[in-house]
Design a protein around this ligand. Structure first.
Ligand code: ATP
Ligand code: MG
Length: 258
């Protein structure tokens, strides 16, 4: 007897996600030290990409190129549709407001309370539209990182993991479309590191931010990465999911995963 089955629903439209950051053939040398030779990578809206690489391979140089602190010798960087080499100082500053950056050192101001630290980036001219909403914005950002009751504390009163959360809250208050994380879990104990990795995922899911994450911490890479890119020989040597790279046949790739 023939069984009738309902036709399967058509697949949901899954067009390619918008590209928010493009690195094309980036080269950067310091004298004879050819750090980046030909590095290309795209980042899509809502995606977490982790860049892995040995110490000295050029990961921080890459991030400095993206935020405009270093100018590549060759290649093109496009952020939210704008070729950053064409931007003047003011336009670059405005673009940076859409790019959150979490420093490895957190870069909190020790003499300011948590609230003052969070308000600092909002004081800038082009964020005047957010004036009058400071209190709510601070509270929302603190709650996003699970530290809603710390606004009046000083950074010195907080643990390393809490300071990292506050630094992330200060990035979130600008409502960035892309967040760059430089070694977000380095120096934290494994449990706190795992909590920060979880938070990076929560932020991604809540705000659909794209993240460009530099990390050595393979536990964190496994937890946060939608895609992993390996920087070696100045280029994107390999890319794929964590699972794909972990079983890659090239030992230069899979050695990171053992
Ligand atoms: N401003 C600079 N002037 C000269 N050389 C530099 C400069 N910045 C970086 N370098 C060199 O570029 C290379 C890559 O440095 P980078 O800091 O990007 O490495 P990294 O991959 O971030 O390493 P780590 O994992 O240790 O942070 C190094 O050889 C470094 O000495
Ligand atoms: Mg570095």
């Amino acid at each position: 007897m023939k069984t009738l089955t309902a036709p399967a629903p058509p697949p949901a439209p899954t067009g390619p996600a918008e590209v928010v950051l493009t690195l094309e053939h980036i080269a950067k040398s310091f004298g004879d030290n050819h750090v980046l030779r030909d590095f290309s990578l795209d980042l899509h809206r809502g995606e977490n990409v982790v860049v892995l690489g040995k110490s000295g391979s050029g990961k921080s140089v890459l991030v400095k190129c993206i935020i405009g602190l270093l100018r590549p010798d060759a290649g093109r960087i496009t952020v939210l549709g704008q070729d950053i080499s064409t931007l003047d100082h003011e336009a670059m500053d405005q673009l940076r407001a859409k790019l959150g950056f979490l420093f490895q050192s957190n870069a909190l101001y020790d003499s300011m309370t948590v609230r003052e630290n969070l308000l600092f980036p909002l004081r800038r001219q082009w964020l005047a539209d957010r004036r009058g909403k400071e209190k709510e914005l601070v509270q929302q950002a603190l709650e996003d990182v699970g530290l809603g009751d710390t606004a009046e504390k000083m950074p010195a009163e907080l643990s390393g993991g809490q300071r990292k959360r506050i630094a992330l809250a200060r990035t979130l208050i600008l409502q960035p479309e892309i967040i760059l994380y430089d070694e977000p879990t380095t120096g934290l104990d494994p449990i706190t590191a795992r909590e920060i990795s979880g938070l990076i995922r929560e932020v991604q899911q809540k705000y659909q931010t794209a993240a460009f994450i530099i990390s050595h911490d393979m536990d964190s890479v496994r937890l946060v990465a939608d895609r992993v890119a390996l920087l070696a020989d100045g280029r994107c040597y390999a890319q794929g999911t964590y699972a794909e790279l972990a079983k890659h046949e090239d030992p230069r790739v899979h050695d990171f995963f053992i």
